[in-house]
Design a protein around this ligand. Sequence first.
Ligand code: CDP
Length: 223
Amino acid sequence: MIAIDGPAASGKSSTARAVAERLGFAHLDSGALYRGVTLVAIRHAVPGPLDPARVLREAETRGLQLQFDGRSYAVYLGGASADEAIRSPEVTARVSAVSAVPEIREWVTERLRRLARAGQSLVVDGRDIGTVVFPEAVLKIFLTASPRTRAGRRITQRGQAVDQALLDREAVDLAARDQADSARAVAPLRQAPDAIPLDGTDLSFEDQVARISALARERLGLD
Ligand code: CDP
């Protein structure tokens, strides 16, 4: 088990996926499941204040789940891939509030642990993986990058051209989400005491993946 935590758009998921591939592990993106629950809340819950029990009941009955595609676990809802829908601006705007709710965190955490119990070796990325979900992880990385770098990457990832105004706006959105994720009472975003910090601002993607993979191989005694 390898845990990669860090702030929004720090490159956790793409890095975790590439590290998993190098090691022959499966990749599990915990944020995708929080996004899936948020999608259910938007599509299927009654209007008004969030009712976590209702949202989770809808999630169960509508078959919100993670399915393995041979490399990563992807989010499915009602038998169809929800991969695109969970990245919508509406979901992104609400996901921090939904994932601050203790009952929702318990439900997601239990799902993640159940997958891990199935026995596959995993690289898991998120906010509280090394601190709460899998504190026993053999390697914990806390991945960061400067706000401008993260904003630029997120814009490029969406296929948009990077300009100053967009960069400023995206950096504000990311900072707001980081603030919400760090300030919540339950399982806030923070570096585990035994995590290795890695600032990817000036690292190429390849270097970042190579460094984490090398650390993992060392810890796992694979060399
Ligand atoms: O990919 P990005 O950095 O935009 O975020 P994500 O990993 O998809 O996570 C979306 C949101 O889910 C975060 O902003 C957190 O509010 C929440 N999350 C969490 O609370 N705990 C996790 N382990 C993973 C995500």
